[in-house]
Design a protein around this ligand. Structure first.
Ligand code: GDP
Ligand code: MG
Length: 160
């Protein structure tokens, strides 16, 4: 299966997933990456990164009028995050399901937040909410040359 056939199939999207500082500090990096890997999505970019304030503000600009916004910016910049770009058919909506509801107490067991977190302000992971935001956020968090185009060895066993 060539790269062209693999990555240009119908419905293939990309999403920006980020393990927030609490997920890194709590040693959940492997566990969280593992859930996306096991599901069968394709990892295209990965880095540990200390987020500058300006980038956090740009990423969460739609929330800047919310009362929790200053706390949110402090939280996201409080330590390193793990930035990831994942590709797959329907990966945006599916990742949101894997992650679970924003409030971890309402997130279903089996989801990342449902299994691993207890508070909205410490909900361990971010996932883009639309394909458009997936592109926007990957462009925002990754520089040119930081993403890999590749075909996994298991390609024919993931997509027919
Ligand atoms: P998400 O798409 O599920 O991450 O949720 P939103 O886009 O609505 O909010 C972005 C992030 O802001 C959430 O993941 C939380 O980290 C944070 N957040 C949202 N609502 C609240 C809140 O009421 N209190 C606090 N402390 N943080 C919040
Ligand atoms: Mg959101």
């Amino acid at each position: 299966c060539s790269f062209f056939l693999f990555s240009v199939q119908e419905g293939v999207e990309e999403t920006y997933i980020m393990i927030k500082p609490d997920g890194v500090q709590r040693g959940l990096v492997g566990e969280i990456i593992s859930r996306f890997e096991k599901k069968g999505f394709l990892l295209k970019g990965l880095k540990l990164f200390q987020c500058p304030k300006e980038l956090a503000e740009e990423h969460y600009k739609d929330l800047k009028d919310k009362s929790f916004y200053p706390k949110l910016i402090d939280y996201i910049t409080s330590g390193p995050v793990v930035c990831m770009a994942w590709e797959g058919v329907g990966v945006v909506a599916s990742s949101r399901k894997l992650i679970g509801a924003t409030n971890p107490l309402q997130a279903e067991p089996g989801t990342i937040r449902g299994d691993l977190a207890v508070q909205t302000g410490r909900n361990v992971v971010h996932g883009s909410d639309s394909p458009e935001n997936g592109h926007r956020e990957i462009d925002l968090w990754f520089k040119e040359g930081e993403l890999c185009q590749w075909v996994p060895a298991q390609a024919p066993w993931l997509r027919e």
